[in-house]
Design a protein around this ligand. Structure first.
Ligand SMILES: [Mg+2]
Length: 251
């Protein structure tokens, strides 16, 4: 990436860019350290299963050092969105502990009765009862919010169903469309812009998915780089209407 020096800020996706599940992508730790020496580096993930603090710890185990302030997850963004937009919201959550922690830290009321918001994220313990509760709150008028709609998740064991698979079940049952918080939404893009405090074109978004990472970057006026260590392939780049500014073998 010859002209990487012109960027003041790098926004790096995690799954498929930094690691695949429990495995670090070789050399990425050193590359990130070198970027951090001369630019602002944020980590941006649609995966809501961990809180920002848990991501700090996971990255530290891989020898990558950062703080909660420099991590943005779809769970954090959803919590921020709900507190700002629905301060009295009572939220039914399909999601894991990391998502619930982010909501708690924002003072969002998470409950199982009379909910007026249904928030759906990745939940590896999803079951029929959870889907039924979500459906019935939505049918009674609750707002339907999705952390993200990634169809799959890249792990060390291969692809696993992503939050989008669960969101689709709720969408199909309720025939309602959710508000989407994570990439490619501007809701999460605006959080990055606000934190970065530089012009969008001085920001390089690095991700492994065209329809989330690259689409968000383009929507927000940022520059984009697709890496081939995760989901998308060079064939996908040829076929897609979403064209990244750069395509890299890896970060
Ligand atoms: Mg990814």
């Amino acid at each position: 990436m010859g002209d990487e020096k012109k960027f003041k800020c790098f926004v790096i996706d995690l799954d498929g860019v930094v690691y695949k599940g429990r495995e670090l992508i070789p050399g990425v730790d050193r590359k990130i350290a070198s970027l951090q020496r001369r630019a602002k580096v944020f980590f941006l993930t649609n995966n809501s299963t961990r809180s920002r603090m848990q991501y700090v710890e996971k990255l530290r185990d891989f020898g990558i050092y950062t703080t909660e302030d420099d991590i943005v997850t779809s769970g954090y963004a959803a919590a921020k969105y709900i507190t700002e937009k629905y301060p009295r919201g009572k939220v039914y959550v399909i999601g894991e502990d990391g998502l619930k922690k982010e909501l708690e830290w924002h003072g969002v009321q998470v409950c199982w009765r009379d909910c007026n918001i249904v928030l759906v994220g990745l939940d590896r313990n999803i079951n029929y009862m959870k889907l039924s509760l979500a459906l019935n709150f939505i049918l009674r008028g609750a707002k339907f919010i999705a952390t993200n709609t990634d169809n799959t998740l890249v792990t060390e064991k291969g692809l696993m169903p992503g939050a989008g698979a669960i969101v689709s079940a709720v969408r199909m049952a309720s025939r309602k469309e959710p508000t989407i918080i994570g990439k490619p939404s501007e809701i999460i893009g605006d959080i990055i812009l606000e934190k970065a405090g530089v012009d969008p074109q001085e920001i390089l978004v690095i991700g492994d998915r065209l329809e989330t990472d690259i689409a968000m970057g383009k929507r927000c006026g940022m520059k984009t780089a697709l890496v081939l260590t995760g989901y998308a392939t060079t064939e996908d780049v040829k076929q897609s209407s979403i064209k990244p500014d750069f395509v890299l073998e890896q970060l």
